[in-house]
Design a protein around this ligand. Structure first.
Ligand code: SF4
Length: 709
């Protein structure tokens, strides 16, 4: 539970926004809180971005959900928890465990995530628990598991600083991972010989650091990297000794690459890039051993995202540039605890502690550890399929925790209909009004940042404490408490009798070391003996954290030993494909969606401070001057962006940063902050067949002045 700190007693905690996971110090001041960067946190060493620096202005009771609510009536916790438990029990008894589902969030702390998974997968007996991280990083999870034998990011934040070549693919890190970008900019200044290449259809703020910007045709990243693979082979720039000693699958991968994208001219043609720029990038990559490739949503959010990530991993595996200082592929996670969620099996396709449904021994092992009466034995529904099952009536009770899928999911208007049909929709959230809360039968007030205790894990595998510095307002309670109370009322009391998040963390750490024997990289068993004081004082530490490495581990796989049987990394054949949908005369532009600098997700926190809204006060559609002219648009005009599924009304921003033929609309605005601005309503529910991650970066649309002529 939270506490009010005394004046000038700094509390060391972690920023709740992006996957950089910066440490912050919070002090009480007259009438509020002062937030500054923690100089001792390894992720930021005192730095903060605009969002982190404004955290103190986002606190307070205004707009908070303060009491449990059933059907519009404020009730006490006992009544609300009884109603949720009875509702879920009723559906399970009548229709079986797969008729219920949880949809959770990368905003949850690891301890919350752990008990939600334990309840659904071990006690209810279904794996229908998925997370909004499905929209963000499920693609690298799938690709890393295929290539390395485990979902693990090999490197650390120091690597881009040490590299001679940094390649950013589909990442506007300057806005989405700002402190990491600040570190990169500082390293670049100190080492002018460092080269930076940005691969992105848009000319973003990140390009300010680029020696070379490759504004490739949207969706063609896999062509670029298979072309690079061929180039490295032709110019004898592969590491044959490494390939021989530490990998498998080279011959098949090379054959697929040769057939797909053989030469520089062909690569340039496929990607819509000048030949000399493609050649320049390939030459740089061949020449610089210390190379880091940072990638993010531009790669992940694609119907062929796993292939794109594999194409990146292939060039790093085939050059042996992995897990050593200044080298490696690096997936940048979007959310503060996307990585922690993966540790506890937060995706419907995973089990806790990086175990999986594909190994029956893993299912038994987790079930035994939990003493679970109803252990799920097969994967559950991924986010898009999960909401489809809600709409189709297969899922009849749904609990949404700390996320706003009515805004963030693709096909968002259909989702509204689906939730309207569902027998029981429970939403736990810290805010009183979101597009999703409006669809809830039961609303549960959750504690939020600054009011709750737990851990998060950032993009470089670093576990950090989030600590409370104030009491939750009204009746708000931490998510782990709410989940455990429902579990107890469903008859699973003993397994959910936790008194604190520290207890949950210890169990999570014990499970990570269970029968591991070094077979899984995710192992924090050395943290299992932490007592309450040890947990309270836990300093940031990168997993694995074992008896052999109690200080944590900066890099993985540097010894060439991967987690597949036989310890070899796998090169995997990639046949690059085009996006699932193409433009035509009716829908002539490609819609790309993404973040802006000063807003976070659906704005429930960042919209509370005027400072953050001045950067971009309203939603826009960025469009190239040629396309604006063709559509009869001028800068600043109100426009309607339409797809076959819906529309948004936003303001035109005419910009040469936009590639001709494409339009960019931010993801943040929603019905609570601006009418008709939920860009998710335009996006088709098309997903990668392996990862289930939706294609948010390639929706054919039309744009016209509003009101129409
Ligand atoms: Fe927070 Fe990310 Fe900014 Fe760091 S970079 S202060 S974690 S939003």
């Amino acid at each position: 539970m939270g506490r009010d700190v005394a004046p000038r007693t700094p509390v060391r905690t972690t920023c709740p926004y992006c996957g950089v996971g910066c440490g912050v110090l919070v002090e009480r001041t007259v009438g509020g809180f002062r937030v500054r960067g923690d100089p001792e946190h390894p992720a930021n060493r005192g730095r903060l971005c605009s969002k982190g620096a404004a955290l103190g202005e986002t606190l307070g009771e205004e707009g908070r959900l303060l009491r449990p609510v059933i059907g519009g009536r404020a009730v006490g916790w006992d009544e609300a928890l009884d109603a949720v438990a009875a509702g879920f029990r009723r559906v399970i008894d009548a229709h079986g465990p797969d008729a219920v589902a949880f949809y959770v969030s990368g905003q949850l702390l690891t301890e919350d995530y752990y008990v939600a998974n334990k309840l659904m997968k071990g006690f209810i007996g279904s794996a229908n628990i998925d997370t909004n991280s499905r929209l963000c990083m499920s693609t690298p999870v799938a690709a890393q598991t295929q290539a390395f034998g485990e979902d693990a990011v090999p490197g650390c934040y120091e690597d881009p600083e040490l590299a001679d070549l940094v390649v950013l693919v589909g990442s506007n890190a300057a806005w989405t991972h700002p402190v990491l970008f600040q570190r990169l900019a500082a390293a670049r200044e100190a080492r002018p010989e460092m080269r930076v290449v940005v691969v992105d259809p848009r000319r973003t703020a990140t390009c300010e650091l680029a020696d070379l910007h490759l504004p490739l045709r949207p969706g063609t990243d896999a062509f670029l990297f298979t072309g690079l693979f061929n180039h490295l082979r032709r110019h004898d720039a592969l590491d044959w000794a490494y390939i021989e000693a530490h990998t498998e699958g080279f011959a098949a991968t090379l054959e697929a690459a040769r057939e797909s994208c053989g030469s520089i001219p062909e690569t340039a043609l496929r990607c819509g890039l000048p030949e000399q720029d493609v050649a320049g990038f390939f030459r740089l990559f061949a020449a610089q051993e210390r190379t880091v490739t940072l990638f993010s949503q531009g790669v992940n959010q694609s119907a062929s995202g796993v292939d794109k990530v594999l194409a990146i991993l292939n060039v790093h595996l085939a050059t042996g540039r992995i897990g050593r200082p200044g080298m490696g592929p690096f997936s940048l996670t979007g959310q503060p605890n996307a990585m922690g969620g993966r540790e506890v099996g937060g995706l419907a396709t995973q089990l806790a502690a990086h175990m999986g449904f594909d190994d029956p021994e893993h299912v038994m092992r987790v079930g035994r550890f939990w003493n679970a009466p109803n252990m799920a034995s097969r994967p559950g529904l991924k986010a898009v399929d999960l909401f489809r099952a809600v709409g189709g009536g297969r899922i009849k009770a749904l609990w949404i925790m700390g996320t706003n899928p009515m805004v963030s999911m693709p096909d968002a208007d259909t989702l509204r209909t689906a939730l309207g049909r569902c027998e029981l929709v429970v939403v736990s959230d810290c805010m009183a009004d979101t597009d999703t809360l409006r669809q809830a039968h039961v609303r549960l007030p959750a504690a939020t940042w600054g009011e709750r205790e737990g851990t998060v894990t950032n993009s470089e595998r670093c576990i950090s404490r989030q600590r409370a510095f104030t009491e939750p307002p009204g009746d708000a309670r931490p998510d782990w408490w709410i989940i455990c109370q429902v579990a107890r009322r469903m008859g699973f009391g003993g397994a959910f009798a936790y008194e604190s998040p520290a207890e949950i963390f210890r169990e999570h750490a014990r499970l990570s070391g269970l029968d591991n024997g070094g077979n899984r990289a995710f192992d924090i068993s050395a943290l299992a003996p932490l007592d309450a004081e040890g947990y309270a004082a836990l300093a940031p530490v990168q997993w694995p954290v074992t008896q052999e490495r109690p200080e944590g581990t900066a890099r993985l796989f540097g010894d060439g030993r991967f987690r597949h049987p036989g310890a070899r990394g796998r090169l995997l054949p990639v046949v690059p494909g085009l996006p699932a949908t193409a433009t035509d005369g009716q829908w002539p532009l490609v819609l790309n969606t993404g973040r802006t600098r000063d807003q976070w997700h659906t704005m429930t926190r960042t919209a509370r401070t005027a400072r953050l809204t001045t950067h971009l006060p309203e939603p826009v559609a960025e469009i190239h001057p040629d396309d604006a002219r063709a559509a009869g648009l001028a800068d600043g005009m109100l426009v309607r962006v339409e797809s076959p599924r819906g529309h948004v009304l936003v303001r035109a921003r005419v910009s040469r940063a936009q590639r001709p033929g494409s339009v960019f609309v931010p993801i943040h605005w929603n019905d609570c902050h601006a009418g008709s601005a939920r860009v998710g309503a335009l996006v088709a529910p098309i997903t990668d067949p392996v990862s289930g991650q939706p294609e948010f970066k390639h929706t054919p649309v039309a744009i016209r002045p509003w009101p129409g002529r």
